[in-house]
Design a binder for this molecule. Structure first.
Ligand code: C5P
Length: 225
């Protein structure tokens, strides 16, 4: 029988991390944890409660009073905030354009990382985000840094949005993605950065299946060790 391992998948915005991570977790029967959804959930709650998102203190006390739950489902993952299904609303433009500001605060990150480590305290886990290999699970057996050109990422997001009935011009998506990458890479606390021992996978010219096969192959090698 294969043993459960921890797989950390980091990378810039819209690189396909969650699509891939979810599929890998299904194939290996591991737990999938989308850490971006957790920062999005806090951002959403802060915005609807008129919390000052430049205040680490206000956000931290809000987070302490917030129950964020991730539940696997056939169509991916359902995100509950205080028991309410908020899966779609956390992907809104408003949340997307404010989440990098929320996630840059030191104490917000400490609390989130604590929560994420507790969730990962299971046999097999696939976790995706920005600081998983560097800060959340530095002892993960497999670390992947997934990238793709900004043009390709904007195109993929555009196609995804169109399926959901949202029509944002590609140029606008490109600018938003580039700005989020800049904010996430330049923040002081655990910025988006490749872990030294992470394997880079540039998915620009790869299909989803090819990326999944490559990561599963790497995971299988680690599970045999
Ligand atoms: O992965 P996703 O695009 O949903 O993440 C939304 C935002 O949450 C990122 O742009 C980043 O600001 C933040 N994030 C983070 N650390 C993580 C995961 C996400 O700072 N581990």
């Amino acid at each position: 029988m294969s043993k459960g391992i921890k797989i950390a998948i980091d990378g810039p915005a819209a690189a396909g991390k969650s699509t891939i991570a979810k599929r890998i977790a299904e194939k290996l029967d591991f737990t999938y944890i989308d850490t971006g959804a957790m920062y999005r959930a806090l951002t959403h709650k802060a915005l609807i409660n008129d919390i000052n998102i430049t205040s680490d203190h206000e956000l931290t006390s809000l987070l302490q009073q917030t129950d964020i739950r991730l539940q696997p489902s056939l169509n991916g993952q359902i995100v509950f905030i205080d028991g309410k299904d908020c899966t779609d609303v956390i992907r809104s433009q408003q949340v997307t354009s404010n989440v990098s500001e929320v996630s840059a605060h030191e104490n917000v990150r400490h609390l989130m990382v604590d929560k994420q480590r507790k969730l990962a305290d299971t046999t097999g886990v696939v976790m995706d985000g920005r600081d998983i290999g560097t800060a959340v699970l530095p002892d993960a057996e497999l670390k992947v840094f997934m990238t793709a050109s900004v043009e390709e990422r904007a195109l993929r997001r555009h196609q995804e949005d169109q399926k959901r009935g949202i029509h944002t011009p590609i140029e606008q998506l490109k600018a938003q993605i580039a700005e989020r990458d800049r904010a996430d890479s330049e923040r002081k606390v655990s910025p988006l950065k490749k872990a030294e021992d992470a394997i880079i996978i540039d998915t620009t010219s790869m299909t989803i299946e090819e990326v999944i096969d490559e990561i599963i192959g790497l995971a299988e090698m680690r599970m045999k060790r």
